[in-house]
Ligand binder design. Structure first.
Ligand code: NDP
Ligand code: GUA
Length: 492
């Protein structure tokens, strides 16, 4: 068994799931050393697949394949590249149920949410397919009478991608799509917890007509070795990574010797602020989405909820009421809104943050402990009376815990919200227009949701400042990360 029947039997098209890695158009069943690793369903602990555990030499071969393929791919017109991406988009939409099934079984999120992720990932493929035709240059008036200056934008070349387990389709799709649209080739290493979604994307890309070697997927449990090859191999011109700030820092150091171009989407510690003049019901709705999406395991999830004194008690009561209606369970069960956490370490971190807050005076308004069904399930939690000396104020919990801080003034809450090394997403609810502009401009974050808890879309630039990373994904700016600017100075 290398793909379980439990998974195969759920798929309309079982050939979408594979236990082979992809290098240079070859589907590879076994790594050089013959080593393998298991992928498990976090809801049940059952093994769902066994995959080749590849090493550094295999990553190097994938880079060689991408290097050869990229030269040819870059010579295609934007329109030709766009056609392949459009086909892939159509295939992703047509197979969304199967892709979502694969995602739910390896990652745990509820099926409806997984399907939302597939369509979200597909939207980047559609968007950047369209952008492939618009990688415009520029002309600049010459600085001397005989000079003509032209700016062209060319693909950076071979791009390496390392992606996390929390959005195993969308995080890869939004790196793959702009890279391929720009004329780059990609080698990717998905998280060992969730490699099947990446491989399914590769299956569909092949069906869409993407030439061999333009997209390669290396499966491995030894991410440090693969990361070293990705950052030290001189054929790799850019590394794009989504994951923790800690690993982002390691990759940045490793890439320093060859001045590697880096796209980094790292950790967040998102503040979610509710002012006295906010529409409280709307703020509760926004908090539900922002906090409990993907069971709190999203880098843009609200991590600290600041509520002004005048509405604190009402907000806490209404939020706890809504949260108490959430259904925890296996992502395939009807009506489930929170799946399991990804692993024991994640569950331990959630428990640690709650214990720390309670030991320093916070109260558990709801939840606060592992769910009765056991395993990796945890009760959606609301904490009140949270203060800045608690771990939840500084560290990303990455779990279903809403810690409610009380504040009195605008200046005070801005200071608390910005008092972190992170700067990815932030949210606030208010009605006063002047305050809306003041607060939006004062928040030191790459993204600000105003009277909304959901900011993610392919049409907007996703990314952070400070130690939350660099570069932007999505939007008209997203392609910039995958092209180099070259200026031609012509004497006539
Ligand atoms: N910004 C975001 O979207 C995410 C943030 N996080 C944050 O990070 C915390 C830890 O989660 P975790 O999954 O461990 O995140 P990591 O940063 O460890 O993992 C993200 C990706 O990096 C890979 N990786 C890990 N170590 C290295 C390395 N030395 N060199 C190259 N690649 C590496 C992982 O592979 P493998 O898993 O195979 O080791 C995975 O593909 C979370 O609790 C959360 O706070 C986590 C995930 C996403
Ligand atoms: O990096 C993450 O945690 C995923 C972000 C999902 C999104 O685009 O909203």
């Amino acid at each position: 068994m290398s793909i379980s029947n439990a998974l195969l039997s759920k798929l309309k098209d079982p050939s979408l799931v594979t236990d082979k890695a992809l290098i240079g158009g070859d589907w590879i069943a076994a790594g050089d050393a013959g080593k393998t690793f298991e992928v498990t369903n976090p809801s049940t602990g059952d093994v769902i697949a066994v995959l080749p555990d590849m090493n550094r030499a295999e990553a190097s071969r994938a880079i060689d394949a991408a290097h050869v393929a990229q030269k040819v791919w870059a010579r295609k017109t934007g329109k030709e590249r766009a056609a392949v991406l459009r086909k892939l988009y159509d295939l992703m939409v047509a197979n969304a149920d199967d892709l979502a099934t694969i995602l739910t079984i390896e990652m745990g999120k509820p099926f409806a949410e997984a399907k939302g992720e597939i369509l979200y990932g597909a939207s980047y493929v559609e968007w950047f397919g369209e952008e492939a035709k618009r990688v415009y240059g520029d002309t600049i008036p010459g600085h001397q009478p005989d000079k003509r200056i032209i700016v062209i934008r060319q693909p950076v070349g071979v791009v390496a991608a390392i992606t996390p387990w929390n959005f195993p389709n969308a995080m890869l799709a939004r790196k793959f799509a702009p890279a391929v649209a720009a004329g780059c080739a990609m080698i990717s290493k998905p998280a060992a917890e969730t490699p099947l979604s990446a491989l399914s994307l590769a299956v569909l890309a092949e069906r869409a007509g993407l030439p061999a070697g333009v997209f390669n997927v290396v499966t491995s449990k030894d991410s440090p070795s693969i990361g070293k090859e990705f950052t030290e191999n001189e054929k790799v011109r850019k590394l794009t990574f989504t994951g923790s700030t800690e690993v982002g820092r390691i990759l940045m150091r490793q890439g320093a010797d060859q001045i590697m171009k880096l796209g980094l989407e790292l950790g967040g510690n998102a503040p979610f602020i509710v002012f006295d003049d906010a529409d409280i019901d709307a703020a509760v709705e926004g908090a539900m989405i922002s906090k409990y999406r993907n069971n709190g395991q999203t880098c843009v999830c609200a991590n600290r909820l600041y509520v002004q004194s005048g509405v604190y008690d009402a907000f806490a009561r209404k939020l706890a009421e809504k949260v108490s209606a959430m259904k925890v369970g296996d992502g395939f069960e009807a009506g489930v809104s929170a799946g399991p956490l990804i692993d024991r370490k994640a569950l331990a971190k959630v428990e640690e943050h709650i214990a720390d807050a309670v030991s320093k005076g916070a109260a558990v308004a709801l939840g606060g402990k592992p769910d009765a069904r056991g395993g990796l399930f945890f009760e959606p939690t609301v904490l009140t009376g949270v203060t800045r000396d608690m771990k939840v104020a500084r560290e990303e919990t990455f779990g279903p815990v809403a810690p409610l801080f009380r504040f009195d003034t605008e200046d005070e809450v801005i200071e608390m919200a910005n008092n972190t090394e992170f700067g990815l997403a932030s949210y606030f609810y208010a009605r006063d227009v002047s305050k809306i502009f003041r607060v939006a401009e004062a928040l030191e974050y790459g993204m600000v949701g105003i009277n909304t808890g959901l900011i993610s879309t392919e049409v907007a630039p996703f990314g952070g400042i400070k130690q939350s990373g660099q570069g932007r994904e999505g939007s008209k700016y997203g392609i910039d990360d995958y092209v180099e600017m070259k200026y031609l100075c012509l004497s006539i």
